[in-house]
Design a protein around this ligand. Structure first.
Ligand SMILES: *Cc1c(COP(=O)(O)O)cnc(C)c1O
Length: 382
């Protein structure tokens, strides 16, 4: 038997029982009238999270596959692309763009600060030959929330196309794909939509199609090519709306999760993240921890906390897992060992989970001989 840890990781999180039950239903065919009903309802609900009336595709795979698809479908070898990065997932976008032979113009910010729209404006003026700007909304690696609305606005003004990784923000904070002018928006089922890994979602604006259609002969494969997916919707859309077999149970899982979130109201779902992140921030601050990102730039979805001199992050993680059955996240790259990350996805935002986690951190501090009055970590829960 695998030991199940309570997940306070930056994703995936622990999902509700109704999602697990959906996974256990008998296998459905990914075509025909029954499937079309599920598929259409899934699209309808996804539109409420994306706030788009544009094209939207369900693509099996990890989120990175869809980021690959987005950039690969838009960018030709040798073309210049601006890629925003202030952390691990921004760096991944650079790797993906370079994987397609793009000449990347980096658009950077310090790891604990958001990408600056004015810097982007200047970069676009200096590089008029750029057609595509790719960036991350919530940089899960550092927990900074980049100002998507403003950044997308700058790109739209310049008449260029944005590719945005909203993998760990869509469903967690408000996103208005159409109103903000986000051309290609990528997310996945297993972050703030609170279902299990295995499928991603990608929206495509008319402007993004125009750019793709201007150079339709790019040689970037078949499966992760948006053109392939559009063709199947056009030709088989009424009964088999995808080029490949769909992980139907995984789709049922995310549909179940979205039904519940939408019926409770999106505002309430967003508020849950705010509540959990405040409870963790305030509680840990009261226990003497410092946050990595100033409150003004911090995402409510994952909280980054600085390591402290009395112990290593690895020691805290190990103790929480072994003694209290709790999993937290570490960090990668330049901040490895310097911060830990606490996710607020799924059950991690529930009061009992929060009490468990905060109380366990207190106990760890006492175990280390550090003064931590009983209940001091729970101050943010009221
Ligand atoms: C989780 C995450 C990804 C990668 O997801 P995979 O499913 O592992 O490919 C990409 N970007 C962000 C911002 C993420 O949080």
């Amino acid at each position: 038997m695998i030991q199940h840890l309570k997940l306070f990781t930056p994703g995936p999180g622990d999902v509700e029982e109704d999602v697990l039950e959906a996974l256990a239903t008998p296998v459905l065919r990914h075509y025909g009238p029954d499937w079309m009903e599920i598929y259409n309802e899934t699209l309808l609900l996804l539109r409420k999270f994306f706030n788009t009336q544009g094209d939207l595709f369900l693509v099996p795979g990890p989120a990175s596959a869809l980021l690959d698809m987005a950039i690969g479908s838009l960018v030709e070898t040798g073309q210049k692309v601006i890629v925003g990065t202030n952390g691990f997932f921004g760096d991944r976008l650079i790797d993906i763009a370079q994987g397609y032979g793009a000449a990347v113009v980096p658009f950077t910010a310090p790891l604990d600060r958001p990408l600056d729209p004015e810097t982007l404006y200047a970069l676009l003026r200096q590089n008029p030959d750029v057609q595509v700007v790719a960036l991350v909304h919530h940089e899960t690696g550092t927990t900074v929330l980049n100002p998507l609305r403003e950044l997308a606005g700058v790109v739209r003004e310049a008449g260029k196309v944005t590719v945005v990784d909203t993998v760990s923000s869509l469903g967690g904070v408000e996103i208005h794909v159409d109103d903000w002018g986000v051309d290609v928006c990528v997310t996945a089922a297993n972050k703030c939509l609170e279902a299990v890994p295995g499928i991603g979602f990608i929206s495509v604006s008319p402007r993004a199609w125009e750019l793709m259609d201007r150079h339709p002969n790019k040689n970037h494969g078949w499966y992760l090519n948006l053109g392939t997916w559009r063709k199947y919707i056009q030709e088989w859309g009424s009964w088999h709306p995808s080029p490949v077999t769909m992980p139907s149970n995984i789709v049922l899982g995310v549909l179940t999760s979205m039904r519940r979130i939408v019926s409770g109201g999106l505002e309430a779902h967003f508020a849950r993240y705010v509540y959990a992140s405040q409870a963790v921030r305030r509680g840990l601050e009261n226990l003497g921890f410092e946050m990595f990102v100033p409150a003004a730039y911090a995402a409510p979805i994952v909280t980054g906390v600085r390591a402290r001199p009395e112990f290593e992050v690895a020691e805290l993680s190990k103790w929480l897992a072994e003694q209290r059955n709790i999993a937290i996240g570490g960090a990668f790259g330049a901040i490895a060992g310097k911060i830990f990350r606490v996710g607020h996805l799924g059950k991690a935002a529930e009061r009992e989970y929060l009490i468990d986690f905060l109380f366990a951190v207190e106990e760890f501090l006492r175990h280390k001989g550090i003064d931590a009055p009983v209940g001091a970590g729970l101050v943010g829960l009221q």
